[in-house]
Design a protein around this ligand. Structure first.
Ligand SMILES: [Zn+2]
Length: 324
């Protein structure tokens, strides 16, 4: 050991740090090679009398933020990102999927991209993440979909077109089902979204149930209509043991851009103006009530609070608790 240290000291003294970092492979001085692999992509915590396991469908790279976040100059967007120590040239979203065990029912919220590679190869991880978390797809009793976009209903069927969750009923707003499975839109720019929604929703059509605005359609799960991103976009109030959090779906896609400037528009919104108004209205309610929130696209694992800040809002991530 002493010999190794003295050799390292000699090298760094003699060659300088930069040279030491460019040693050719095979001449590394550490006893262990650099590790590969990463922690399993799930995070578990108790909530009231329920247990929440957040699983990931993998990072979703959006690329140049100036192409997707609209209504504000590109310079301003880059400035907002830089001030928050984020890459100003490229935005990557997470895909945080809560699985809530209420004791009598296991409920999955949204399902990721599935087999679609529209945003590259890092998505489509849901099945693997569930396996890492020890959750069997056959044990899922219900899937609640915030809306029928490709990155939320994409993981309902597998590559063979067969349902991945054989015992789950699927809950969705009827307006979104009707809009995104409409054959008449196959000849429009929405084609890829409609194709993927049809691929995932039609095979489970007999198990799809529609919730209504404000309805507690499962014990502990209430639908709150949040239209604009899509016609039927919905957020869910999840309650257990006297506690409540809001799964916000795509109410906001970015923890800085769409919170600091909540009236900014997002390229994938069906009705960007309505989406912005809905965002401000619901974020105001959540901030005033100080309710915990979980966001599908915020940094992993996406659980925290929102508070009013200036003309917009600020997100406070809750520290992960790795014991218990
Ligand atoms: Zn989304």
């Amino acid at each position: 050991m002493a010999g190794l240290h003295s050799r390292r000291d000699t090298l760094s003294l003699g060659l300088g740090l930069g040279a030491a970092l460019t040693l050719p492979q095979g001449l590394a001085l550490a006893r262990a090679p650099k590790a590969t692999g990463q922690a399993p992509y799930y995070y578990r915590f108790p909530f009231g009398e329920a247990q929440v396991t957040v699983v990931s469908d993998g990072p979703l790279p959006l690329g140049d933020p100036g192409e997707t976040f609209l209504g504000v100059s590109k310079e301003e967007i880059r400035g907002m990102l830089s001030r928050n120590f984020l890459d100003p040239a490229s935005v990557t979203l997470e895909q945080n999927i809560p699985v809530v065990n209420f004791g009598e029912r296991l409920v999955l919220f949204d399902t990721g991209m599935g087999t679609s590679q529209a945003f590259g190869p890092t998505t489509g991880r849901l099945t693997k993440s569930l396996e890492e978390a020890g959750i069997r797809p056959a044990d899922i009793d219900a899937i609640c979909c915030s809306h029928a976009h490709i990155d939320h209903v994409g993981g309902i069927v597998g590559a063979d077109g067969k349902p991945l969750f054989p015992n789950a009923e699927v809950w969705l707003a009827q307006a979104d089902f009707d809009f995104w499975t409409d054959e008449g839109k196959l000849g429009t720019p929405l084609k890829a979204f409609v194709e993927h929604a049809r691929k995932n929703l039609l095979p489970v059509r007999d198990r799809i149930k529609f919730f209504r605005d404000q309805q507690e359609f499962l014990p502990g799960v209430q639908a709150i209509a949040a239209p604009g991103h899509t016609v039927g976009h919905t957020v869910f109030m999840i309650a257990s043991g006297g506690k409540q959090f809001c799964f916000m779906g795509d109410l906001t896609h970015h923890q800085v851009l769409l919170l600091e400037r909540p009236l900014m528009e997002f390229a994938y919104d069906s009705d960007p103006k309505q989406s912005a108004q809905t965002r401000v209205r619901l974020l105001t309610m959540l901030a005033e009530k100080q309710l915990p929130v979980m966001s599908y696209h915020f940094p992993w694992p996406g659980f925290g609070h929102v508070a009013k800040a200036g003309d917009g809002f600020r997100y406070f991530a809750e520290p992960m608790r790795m014991l218990g």
